[in-house]
Design a protein around this ligand. Structure first.
Ligand code: ADP
Ligand code: MG
Length: 261
């Protein structure tokens, strides 16, 4: 369908049923539909257990939905693919490989030659501002630097869609603000689509063009809030405060605890 060429990911009427060890079953997601448009920055936010990670894992191709369909770039998702890069909250780096080798690892899996791999890894390290730390090992890097390496590695296959599951949740506030700015710069420079999960309303309002607010039991989309503000955004603007208040209101309506840390 020509329509799908404008869509990075299409989640259509998806439900996910899980069984617990004791045999109870519950819907981690129920009848969820969402389009992520090409070049769009979408955040998903919601209390723990509302199915955010489940949704991201489906788009990544790590999990097949119990019901419904997921497409990425017009193709049904049947597994992970080079068109989708993934960054997790935990630093999913190999501790025995340098920053450079960690980035190269993402390329190795796609059969690139040594020379191409080396050049590409160098470009990615430059892009994320880690040129000087290329030969350090993860234990020699700060949390923020490790997440930059994780982003560079996720970009190694030149994905059009970047999927990020609370990538900055464990990072201190100052570093986190820098990483947010760098992510926005990379998003614009590479014309990526981004699906970014967060627990933090301020982060969502700073980053996203649309914020998907989810609620649990069963996991579903409560509301999608458009953030119609140009970049770079200013946290002190009245419009920023208004968007923040709007999302807080949706949380209050579903009666959930909100983590605004
Ligand atoms: P979130 O990322 O929003 O915190 P998750 O997608 O991780 O939510 O989980 C949604 C619901 O599904 C939760 O109730 C969670 O306990 C449950 N769940 C997640 N993964 C599994 C699994 N592999 N087996 C059983 N239940 C799961
Ligand atoms: Mg999660």
């Amino acid at each position: 369908m020509s329509d799908n060429q404008q869509i990075a990911a299409r989640v259509y009427d998806v439900s996910q049923l899980y069984a617990s060890a004791s045999g109870d079953i519950h819907w981690a997601l129920r009848d969820v539909s969402l389009d992520i448009r090409d070049g769009e920055f979408v955040c998903a936010i919601g209390p723990s257990g509302c199915g955010k990670t489940t949704l991201l894992n489906m788009i990544a191709g790590f999990l097949q939905p119990t019901q419904g369909t997921v497409e990425a770039h017009g193709q049904t998702v049947r597994g992970p693919g080079p068109d989708r890069g993934v960054v997790f909250q935990e630093y999913a780096l190999f501790p025995w490989l340098s920053a450079r080798r960690n980035v190269e690892f993402g390329l190795r899996q796609h059969g690139a030659s040594r020379k191409v791999m080396h050049e590409k890894a160098q470009q990615l390290l430059d892009l994320i501002g880690l040129t000087h730390a290329a030969d350090r090992y993860p234990f020699e890097l700060s949390g923020g630097m490790r997440q930059r390496v994780a982003v560079a590695r996720a970009l190694a296959t030149e994905p059009q869609l970047l999927l990020m599951d609370e990538p900055f949740a464990a990072i201190d506030a100052l570093t986190r603000a820098t990483l947010q700015d760098e992510l926005l710069r990379i998003w614009q420079k590479l014309s990526l689509s981004v699906f970014f999960i967060t627990h933090n309303i301020e982060e969502a309002v700073y980053l996203a063009q649309r914020v998907v607010v989810m609620s649990p039991h069963p996991g579903r989309i409560e509301e999608i809030v458009e953030i119609d503000m140009p970049y770079p955004r200013n946290r002190g603007d009245a419009a920023f405060g208004a968007a923040y208040a709007r999302i807080s209101e949706v949380f209050a309506r579903v009666g959930q605890e909100v983590n605004v840390a």
